[in-house]
Every structure is written in C-alpha cells, then in structure tokens.
Design a protein. Structure first.
Lengths: 87, 175
C-alpha cells in the first residue's frame, strides 16, 4: 500500500470588476493511485497586493490584470470604505 | 460500484427513490472515496435555477491583520471556511504576540472568496477577543478584506488598530 501526497495550485481566478485574485491549492492523498482524500487552502489578493510568495504563473496573471488603472480604481474604493462614505 | 446517471435517459423505476450507501457525484464528478455524501465538482458548474444547490467546498485560509503603520507579530493564525452555494462562512483564529507602531485602519485580509454582495455587506461576528485596541461594534467586508469600526468612532474604519491578544471572528457573506 503506497500513500502519496501532492500539492498543486488547481484554481486561479480573477473575480469582479476590480480583478480580485483568488488562488486555491489542493492537497491530494492517493493510495495505490486512488484518491482517498483532498483538502483545499485558499488565498485571495486585492489589486496591488504583495504576491511575491505565490508561484510564477500566479504572479504573471496578476501582473497582466493589475494595471495601474485597476489598482488605482480599487484603492479609491477602499479609501471610500475607510473614510466611511456610507456612514 | 458506481451508478452513472445519463442526463438524457436517466434512471427509471417504480419507487421514485435513489439510495446510495456511500457517496454520489454530481456534474460528472468522481464520488469521494470516503464517507457518505454528495461530491460536487472541484470547479463549480453554476445553475441558473433558484432551487438548485450547485456548489460546496471546505478548506482553510490564512488571515492577516493589517493596520497601516503597525508591525504585527503572531503566535498562531489560521482560518477555515465552508462555502454552500453562494454563501460563505469563514472563521479565523489569530493570536497576536506583539504589536508596535502607530496605526491607521484595522482590517483582516485574505478572506477565501471575494464578497459579491452589496457594498458594506458581509457580517463579521466577533468571538472571544482582546486583540483589538478598542471595542469593536461593527464589521463588514469589502472585496476580500474585513473592516472594523470600534471605540468611539462614529464613521468609517476604525483607526485604533490591534493589540497583543486573541482575535476570533466568524464571517458570513455572499460569494
């Protein structure tokens, strides 16, 4: 009986008008070639966030999507939240 | 033995019920090899029908306390989440060992899914805590960041930041 564990980024998504980056890592346990368990870990990043610890393909997607205009638009919205525009 | 239900011909019978002793996969998904239940696709195949459950996922995430100007060190931090359809329940348990510096803003980043609800929605429920520098009385989500209002602040995001201690929050929101 051979047990193996593999980890892989299995989902990279850009969500919403502000291109929020969602990344999912799947950890899969295989027994004799058959999957017997799987767990997920997720990260999410807002435009301009530090993603230096993410794999190169994730960084490349972020670099393409997070233009200066996208980052500025997102930061403007966050600033409005911090100031309490709805307060 | 797996029973594969074809989408066009289906299964016909005179009882109208389907019984499985273990797991059932939907959307062409291989059923889980453990336990008993329904296995959804790893990538959602969204249904436009209002009465159809089309997504389920459990996992972990990494919460980060962000307060501009503060340096925050952790003893431990972690989070779990469950997504059922378009509803997310995410919880985080953080132990802050030390904090230094002055602050502007009190937020937790890294929620597992972006908030798809209206602005200022999403619900943050504060559990045991002594890791906020002031008493929190309001919490909401913007994108993947949880914001807090605390102390005597009457508008906007709290600016008192974090302190050494526990920060336990449950988030409920639409994804």
């Amino acid at each position: 009986m051979a047990l193996t564990e593999t980890k892989a980024i299995d989902k990279i998504e850009l969500v919403g008008a502000h291109a929020i980056l969602q990344v999912r890592e799947a950890t899969t346990i295989m027994r004799d070639g058959e999957e017997i368990a799987k767990t997920y870990h997720r990260w999410s990043f807002e435009p301009g966030a530090d993603i230096s610890e993410m794999p190169a393909n994730v960084q490349a997607i972020a670099a393409a999507a997070w233009t200066p205009e996208v980052i500025a638009a997102y930061q403007a919205q966050v600033a409005a939240q911090r100031m309490g525009a709805q307060a | 033995m797996a029973v594969v239900i074809n989408g066009t011909s289906g299964i016909t019978g005179n009882t109208g019920t389907l019984i499985s002793a273990s797991t059932i996969g939907v959307g062409g998904t291989t059923p889980s090899a453990s336990g008993a239940g329904i296995t959804f696709p790893a990538t959602q195949n969204p249904s436009s029908d209002a009465n159809t459950l089309d997504d389920y996922e459990e996992g972990t995430w990494t919460p980060t306390c962000v307060s501009t100007g503060q340096t925050i060190n952790y003893s431990t931090r972690g989070g779990t989440y469950t997504r059922i359809g378009n509803t997310v329940r995410a919880e985080c348990a953080i132990v802050i060992s030390s904090v230094s510096g002055t602050t502007s803003g009190t937020t937790i980043t890294g929620l597992p899914f972006a908030n798809a609800g209206e602005s200022y929605t999403g619900l943050g429920i504060i559990g045991y805590n002594d890791g906020f520098a002031a008493t929190v009385y309001s919490a909401w989500i913007q994108s993947t960041t949880g914001f807090f209002r605390a102390g005597t602040k009457s508008s906007g995001n709290d600016s008192s930041g974090f302190a050494a201690g526990y920060v336990n929050v449950v988030w409920i929101y639409k994804a």
